[in-house]
Design a protein around this ligand. Structure first.
Ligand SMILES: C[S@@+](CC[C@H](N)C(=O)[O-])C[C@H]1O[C@@H](n2cnc3c(N)ncnc32)[C@H](O)[C@@H]1O
Length: 240
């Protein structure tokens, strides 16, 4: 059995992309237990049993989405924006379950969610199919930037990319990756919406001004149209 397969014998990691497991193994010096520990630290908060088993209101259970009132959230984001044809939601978690709210606010739109946790991808696709929504979830690793670019190329224009509560995860895996990532992704979309939690997901630490580097970078490279706080998140909306 390969080391990747050994790590994936634990149910919660069984459906992660191999590239993510491989990276954890590399970082842990090829130690299976250490790799699982790293993955648990990185994904554990999101992949709780309740979320994985898919019971009940997933938006209300998942740690990043449970505080949002999606109707207000999407209204505030899209207010004043021209007609959008696709939303590409990177590191989407269970956000796909908010498709109806999205459609209520901006009308018919394609939704494409990219997420590492295969279990969430399956749950969302089942929901999309059952409701015949114009929506898809794709299992993928955001560190595969070319893969992300291909998804954007296939999406109808104008496109909005969501990067909700994902920057910290990317940065914890590779420092400064998000700048490179945002620059590349922005070549393939018209708008991007980033959200940053104002307190750590565990609820204790206040982030305050720690994201200055990101805001400075966005202001230098793009036109930042909106910057506001809502439901414990800072939302930044920008375009090329
Ligand atoms: C804090 S949650 C945010 C979920 C969603 N964007 C939201 O705000 O409701 C971060 C999500 O990013 C996913 N994720 C983290 N690293 C990833 C990667 N390298 N590739 C794809 N998804 C990733 C996690 O599995 C998790 O669902």
């Amino acid at each position: 059995m390969s080391l990747i397969e050994s790590v994936k014998r634990k149910k919660e990691f069984s459906m992660l992309p191999d590239s993510i497991v491989e990276r954890a193994l590399k970082e842990s010096g090829e130690d299976v237990k250490e790799a699982r520990k790293l993955l648990r630290k990185y994904f554990g908060v999101f992949l709780t049993n309740r979320v994985l088993k898919g019971r009940g209101d997933l938006l209300g259970i998942h740690i990043s989405s449970k505080k949002r009132d999606y109707e207000d959230f999407y209204f505030r984001i899209f207010e004043g924006m021209d007609k959008i044809r696709s939303v590409v939601d990177l590191g989407c978690g269970v956000n796909g379950f908010s498709y109806e709210y999205l459609r209520d606010v901006i009308g018919d739109v394609d939704y494409i969610g990219v997420e590492a946790a295969g279990q969430l991808v399956e749950l969302m696709n089942k929901y999309f199919e059952e409701n015949e929504f114009s929506a898809w979830a794709i299992k993928g690793d955001l560190f595969d930037i070319d893969g992300v670019v291909k998804i954007l190329e296939k999406s109808a224009k104008p496109r909005v990319v969501f990067l909700f509560q994902v920057v910290d995860a990317l940065e914890s895996m590779e420092r400064n990756f998000s700048k490179k990532f945002i620059l590349k992704v922005m070549e393939g979309c018209e708008w991007m919406v980033i959200s940053l939690p104002l307190v750590s997901l565990g609820g204790r630490k206040k982030f305050e001004v720690s994201r200055r580097w990101l805001v400075d970078f966005l202001e230098e490279e793009f036109i930042v149209e909106k910057d506001f706080e809502m439901f414990g998140e800072r939302i930044l909306i920008f375009r090329r």
